[in-house]
Design a protein around this ligand. Structure first.
Ligand SMILES: *Cc1c(COP(=O)(O)O)cnc(C)c1O
Length: 354
């Protein structure tokens, strides 16, 4: 029971995974569960797999290695592929997302050297301006990939609403569908996977009368935090509280609300201005920027976070009576989850129940 700790409810994650995979499957779409926000945590990965998901994706090979080491049985998809890691990619991942022929060439050599076959999904740029081949480059790239030994052109995919927040709407999904069909006709092949996007595709999915050729989505945040990601609205029937950041009160005192003295930079180089709201009961919690993205914490009703340094979270506790030694439980957004999972100072504790 460390402080601070991230409490993880596997039952809620499993419920979310079962419910969401069922909704996707009823529209002919397979779920790839994305584990990068939880650093490939094996217990969480196992919970996802036990809810019937058999495709796990992560952006980091270290996380895939961790899940494999823990004997979590799934097909593994690498979301971000580096040429310098080609050997490890073909060793650890069954499938990888790619947008550069030189990188796929390195995968081909690595796969050949190991007598393995590696599946490649070509990513297509449809407006979000992160990874992907421009649609005009896709055909030449597909032709080149089809020539590469030990590489299988497994499918195409796109990623929207990640870097620029571009909505994966009907138009974008039709565009990807048309590209899939065009490639199949041109090269007389069948693409196993047309991967339409991520948690941001939830609205499109639920509203679509025709999902076209899309038969796969890669879902992280919606499974873990129970929300879609265009507006962060909760998804009906899913839990948005599978994770809690728990910490302890270390000081409670009534102090002025406005700092006094000559104001210069704080510990992170910012010069802050505070309004004078008179005297205020203030609480200090054990936790800070070394533990979590403090601005991504969801505070309980009577508490408002004022700010944080490396190891201290400062709160306005005027609406509640807190005592040193008391624990406080916060909800987390994606940002806070990601940071807490990555902090060695935050204990990860499994809790039961729904
Ligand atoms: C992170 C990531 C996802 C999952 O995104 P969520 O918003 O967590 O659903 C899907 N695809 C790619 C390529 C990613 O990098």
């Amino acid at each position: 029971m460390g402080i601070p700790r991230l409490e993880i409810c596997l039952d809620k994650i499993q419920h979310n995974a079962t419910a969401l995979a069922e909704r996707l499957s009823s529209r002919g779409i397979r779920t790839t569960a994305v584990t990068k926000a939880v650093c490939g945590d094996p217990a969480i990965a196992a919970a996802l797999v036990s809810s019937g998901i058999d495709l796990l994706a992560d952006s980091r090979l270290a996380n895939i290695a961790r899940m494999r080491q823990a004997k979590v049985q799934a097909e593994y998809v690498l979301l971000r592929t580096l040429a310098s890691e080609a050997d490890a990619v073909v060793e650890l991942a069954d499938v990888s997302l790619n947008s550069e022929l030189t990188v796929i060439g390195a995968l081909s050599s690595a796969a050949m050297a190991r007598g393995k076959h590696h599946k490649v999904i070509l990513m297509v740029e449809l407006g979000d301006l992160r990874e992907g081949l421009l649609p005009a480059e896709l055909f030449n790239a597909a032709a080149a990939v089809l020539q590469m030994p030990h590489i299988e052109l497994h499918g195409i995919g796109t990623n929207l609403a990640c870097f620029s927040g571009v909505r994966p709407d009907r138009d974008k999904m039709m565009q990807l569908s048309r590209l899939a069909t065009a490639i199949e006709h041109r090269f007389n092949i069948k693409l196993a996977v047309v991967s339409g996007g991520n948690s941001a595709n939830y609205d499109w999915l639920m509203g679509a009368s025709d999902t076209g050729r899309i038969n796969n989505l890669r879902i992280g945040e919606a499974l873990l935090l129970g929300c879609e990601t265009l507006q962060r609205r909760p998804i009906p029937g899913l839990y948005s509280d599978a994770f809690h950041f728990v910490t302890e009160v270390i000081e409670v005192k009534t102090k002025p609300s406005k700092p006094y003295g000559d104001i210069c930079q704080d510990s992170f180089g910012a010069v802050k201005r505070f309004e004078d709201r008179g005297r205020m009961r203030r609480a200090i919690l054990a936790g800070g920027r070394q533990d979590v993205a403090v601005d991504g914490l969801i505070a309980p009703h009577q508490i408002a976070i004022i700010g944080a340094s490396s190891d201290h979270i400062i709160c306005d506790a005027s609406q509640t009576s807190l005592n040193p030694g008391q624990t406080i439980s916060f909800g987390v957004t994606y940002r806070a989850l990601l940071a807490a999972m990555n902090s060695p100072y935050v204990a990860k504790t499994l809790v039961k129940g729904k």
